[in-house]
Design a protein around this ligand. Structure first.
Ligand code: KDG
Length: 316
């Protein structure tokens, strides 16, 4: 039994010790990654339970990820080892400013063969939140079918469904398919959390309010448009608010900031916070996440998060 359920593709990430393209770098450290896994790490560090549904290859990468998930207290009883396909991985560049470049090794991976059948024994009845991203939808039709079934089961069991479009154009066959598929999924979720640039691409609108209304006019209950360090725009049918972000002294790596944000919102909702409070926590989580090189190693425990938020609040 877990408070949060997610499904997706856990990856091994290779983190370079120097700047420059992959061909020029000789030393790397390894880590675990993947948008939903980053969220799972964050949720667990903040003291909540999460069950992760996926498939890993029967290989050393898969075993490493599984051991790490176990060590970090993430529910792994719905992770299958698939003897026929490999575990995915990716490289990211180390940059001094801006977003790193990424190269994926995940085509036809074990996780891309995830399907509706993997959800058969998952306990939706006792969970509160289902968290999904658009990355899983990019992997295969069977992953899209799994996401759709998960949304359906979540609805029947009164879970809140959070959706981060997380657009990754290089994983899609074309932009039109990406936009259509992600919007179709988003329309059936409760809370949609695009970054501002993602929202512009998905809706064709050019400001946070219009992006939010595009989804609210469907069945979506709340839209949170992320504006990076500036903060996030929260819109529901009844209220609108821009919730300011937290400043950080030095940005080391931006990968995983959106997942940390989602973690803040999800755990806030599990704890019964208002949406405004949950978004504020999301902003703080995003700010903390950019201070280290790994995709999820900065995810704080509750004390660290609270003292970060209090310190910043007192400074204003
Ligand atoms: O959101 C962070 C993820 O992008 C990263 O951990 C790797 O899942 C990943 C991806 O597909 O880019």
């Amino acid at each position: 039994m877990a408070e949060v359920i997610t499904l997706g593709e856990p990856l091994v990430v290779w983190i370079p010790e120097q700047t420059g393209d992959f061909t020029c770098v000789n030393a790397f450290t390894k880590g675990i990654a993947g948008a939903e896994l980053n969220v799972a790490v964050g949720v667990s560090r903040l003291g909540h339970t999460i069950s992760y549904v996926s498939r890993l290859g029967d290989d050393v990468f898969g075993q490493y990820i599984l051991d790490e998930m176990n060590r970090q207290g993430i529910g792994i009883s719905h992770i299958q080892k698939d003897p026929d396909y490999l575990t995915g991985s990716y490289f990211k560049t180390k940059v001094l400013t801006g977003d790193p470049k990424v190269s994926y090794m995940r085509k036809n991976s074990a996780a891309s063969h995830l399907g509706p059948e993997d959800l058969e024994t998952v306990d939706f009845k006792n969970a509160k939140i289902l968290h999904l991203t658009g990355i899983s939808a990019a992997l295969s039709d069977s992953c899209i079918a799994a996401e759709k079934l998960a949304i359906d089961k979540a609805g029947k069991n009164h879970l809140t469904v959070t959706f981060d479009p997380n657009i990754r154009p290089s994983l899609w066959k074309d932009e039109q398919t990406m936009i259509r598929t992600l919007n179709e999924l988003a329309f059936s979720c409760d809370i949609v959390m695009p970054g501002i640039a993602e929202g512009e691409k998905l809706t064709g609108k050019n400001n946070a309010e219009d992006i939010a209304m595009f989804y609210l006019e469907q069945e979506v209950k709340a839209v949170i448009v992320k504006a990076g360090a500036k903060g996030a725009y929260l819109r529901t049918a009844e209220r609108k608010a821009f919730i300011e972000g937290f400043k950080v002294d030095k940005v080391v790596d931006t990968v995983g900031a959106g997942d940390a944000f989602a973690t803040g919102v999800i755990t806030g909702l599990v704890e019964g916070m208002t949406l405004e409070e949950a978004v504020r926590r999301g902003n703080a989580m995003g700010a903390i996440a950019v201070t280290t090189i790994g995709d999820n190693d900065a995810m704080p425990d509750k004390n660290t998060l609270e003292s970060f938020m209090n310190r910043r609040a007192n400074r204003i």
